[in-house]
Ligand binder design. Structure first.
Ligand code: PRX
Length: 658
């Protein structure tokens, strides 16, 4: 395992940013001392702490046991029954929130559509009834392949309402990637749209989906949302327009009473092998922690307009768009388009127009805005904002400070939130009315969580010592398994620090980290073969396996190189099969990038393809990625070069086992 190396200029003595008096006064948790009290009470009795959060939910049947933990199998709120959708929608209908805006949606071309809680409830009920009409039952998997339209959230909530398990596949994935995710989950219904509008282009989602499901025997029906009017063919008996199916459906659909551990969704994420992992989340624990964290991390109030820029295809779009804010009765701004479209001022314009109060985005976007220039945000007042958030990768202090001054106008606290697809909810984050923040650290674990930075032998690291980030006690929104592969779940997350007589068995995050003397955790980055590119989590093995699927490629090794805007970019080293034909390497580079685009999605295509006679290997034949990483971060890179890498100079070196 590579040693974590710090990309951040960590200065433990830096002066922090305290929450302002005005912010603290109105916050749910408004002082450091209050937070200390909450933390210590939670640490004394973790289960009691989470039970108190679960008790804010509506239960159809009370639970008997808070946590049943048979390492590494966790069951939370055993014996209870509830419905997640009821807890996001119905709970508000008996209150004044009935007519409050749940979703304000703005399309890329500037049209606005608002759905109140009552209207959203009716749409979700209609969609739930339409799914039932197609034969969907509890535990059936429904794949959702859509852009950022309200129907994506309606579809997710409709599944939750009837106990179907949704499997949202990011709309940027290719037909191959969609097919793999549908087949692995054995989805019976697919919900998609004719096309998605993104960066002035129409992505033909239904066409891509048609290509995918040619080889998806489990799919029985396809529901198609008409968004763009793109000419679309419907297969008779299989495909149905969403609007027609919903027009015929009732606006009432009683929420199904489901056991706490009923699966809520599968979300595929990248790991260190070529095969994506279907992370499975369940109902009660997930919604408990997602609701709690939305409340305390975003300090969510009824007066807020909350804008999270994450796509519904990723975990942030699940927990902090489709579920958490609705469970809190918040107003969400949902934006369809790209951040730079038509100008880099689009988000700032949206914030002023809709009087957004809370803005949550990724460091990669912040760096791109920085690059686009200060004049874009400076044209806007941004005076409605009161809180900013980031997620997805470490934020470099320079970008943090820019965000703080240009967007937050030195008035808004920033919550740098660390979490993962697998954790389901935010785990490490400032509490904005209580925590002193420091640019570059997500600060401390939230109440009710036991997180540490440890050495390989499990002992806690000293201040400033790089180690591995682990979670030492189960938490309600933890992933329960990898769909269909419990042993991979155990191997990936629970075998680095297994249960022994000295260790209770800890969850390994895959991240390297350091602690400072105040107890703040500084995330250093992944220590496995997972890379964050523009906030997208990619497995290098997945891209390698796509590359070797090309007829010309013999071997491929993909490594990351740091990049000022994207965080990382990918560089692929490729050896070619023997051929008598003379290859045009420039052309082949483009072809290979396109090939990865087709196999996975354009966002996964390597930035550079470099050809080599052979890849440097250990004696046992393992590719020396460490060496390749060093090569790409050295000064020898000349951009997208078609020169043949010559590793022969290295051949006389004796490579130790990595
Ligand atoms: O390496 C960490 C990084 O993103 C990984 C999780 O990626 P994913 O499952 O796609 O979820 C992203 C959205 C929650 C982590 O293992 N990461 C996430 N947030 C942060 C972060 N690294 C540093 N700081 C963060 N705030």
């Amino acid at each position: 395992m590579p040693k974590p190396q710090s990309p951040l200029p960590i200065n433990f003595d830096r002066v922090g940013y305290k929450p302002s008096k005005e912010f603290a006064k109105q916050a749910h948790i408004g002082s450091a001392s209050e937070l200390v009290k909450i933390n210590s009470a939670a640490a004394k009795n973790i289960e009691k702490f989470w039970a108190a959060q679960a008790d804010t939910l509506v239960w159809q049947k009370p639970y008997r046991e808070i946590l049943r933990w048979k390492h590494p199998r966790a069951e939370w709120f055993v014996g209870g029954k509830l419905n997640v959708s009821e807890n996001c929608l119905d709970v508000h209908l008996q209150t004044w929130r009935k007519n409050k805006a749940a979703i304000i949606w703005e399309s890329e071309d500037g049209n606005v559509r608002t759905l109140t809680y009552q209207q959203l409830h009716s749409e979700v009920c209609k969609a739930a009834n339409a799914l039932k009409g197609l034969g969907v039952k509890p535990n059936d998997v429904v794949a959702i392949y859509m852009g950022m339209v309200p129907e994506a959230i309606i579809a997710m909530q409709a599944c939750a309402r009837i106990g179907a398990i949704h499997n949202v596949v990011f709309g940027g994935f290719s037909s191959e990637a969609l097919r793999e995710r549908i087949n692995d989950s054995k989805a019976t219904v697919l919900i998609t749209q004719d096309g998605a509008l993104r960066r002035n282009e129409i992505l033909p989602l239904k066409k891509t989906a048609d290509e995918a499901i040619k080889k998806c025997p489990s799919i029985q029906h396809v529901l198609v949302v008409q968004r763009t009017g793109l000419p679309t063919s419907l297969a008779r008996g299989r495909d149905i327009w969403w609007h027609e199916a919903l027009a015929a459906a009732s606006t009432e659909c009683a929420p199904t009473s489901l056991p706490s551990e009923h699966p809520l969704f599968i979300l595929y994420t990248s790991g260190s092998t070529g095969k994506p992992k279907g992370i499975l989340h369940t109902s009660a624990g997930y919604i408990t922690q997602v609701k709690y964290t939305t409340n305390v991390v975003f300090d969510m109030k009824d007066t807020d307009v909350y804008f999270c820029t994450a796509d519904v295809g990723w975990i942030t779009g699940h927990s902090y768009v489709a579920y958490g804010p609705l469970a809190c009765g918040a107003t969400i701004l949902l934006y369809e388009g790209g951040p730079m479209c038509p100008t880099p001022g689009r988000f700032w314009e949206l914030i002023d127009k809709h009087r957004v109060t809370i803005f949550y985005t990724a460091p990669t976007a912040i760096r791109a805005f920085m690059k686009a220039g200060d004049s874009w945000p400076l044209r806007h007042k941004l005076d409605s904002l009161r809180l900013l958030g980031t997620v997805g990768e470490p934020i470099n202090p320079e970008a943090w400070r820019w965000y703080h001054s240009l967007i937050g106008r030195e008035r808004c606290p920033i919550v740098d939130t660390w979490w993962q697809t697998e954790t389901g909810s935010i785990m490490i984050s400032p509490i904005p009315g209580a925590t002193t923040t420091f640019p570059g650290t997500a600060t401390k674990p939230l109440p009710g969580l036991m997180i540490d930075v440890v050495r390989k032998d499990g002992s806690s690291c000293k201040v400033g010592e790089g180690g591995l980030l682990v979670i030492k006690h189960p938490w309600p929104s933890m992933a329960r398994t990898i769909f269909g592969d419990f042993s991979r779940y155990v191997k990936t997350y629970w075998s680095e620090f297994p249960k022994t007589k000295d260790c209770s068995g800890w969850y390994f995050t895959g991240d390297g980290a350091k602690k400072d003397k105040l107890g703040n955790i500084w995330i250093i980055g992944r220590v496995d073969d997972v890379v964050n590119v523009s906030g997208h989590r990619l497995g290098t093995a997945e891209i390698e396996s796509a590359l070797v699927g090309h007829k010309t490629v013999a071997e491929a090794a993909v490594v990351a190189r740091r990049d000022d805007i994207k965080g990382n970019v990918l560089v692929a080293f490729v050896t070619l099969r023997n051929t008598s034909k003379k290859l045009d390497l420039k052309k082949l580079q483009k072809e290979l990038k396109d090939h990865v685009g087709e196999e996975i999605g354009r966002f996964a295509a390597p930035n550079e393809i470099r050809f080599a006679e052979a890849l440097p290997k250990t004696r046992s034949g393992k590719i020396m990625r460490r060496l390749l990483r060093e090569i790409v971060s050295g000064n020898t890179i000349t951009g997208d070069t078609s020169t043949l890498e010559d590793f022969s100079v290295l051949e006389h070196l004796r490579f130790d086992e990595e």
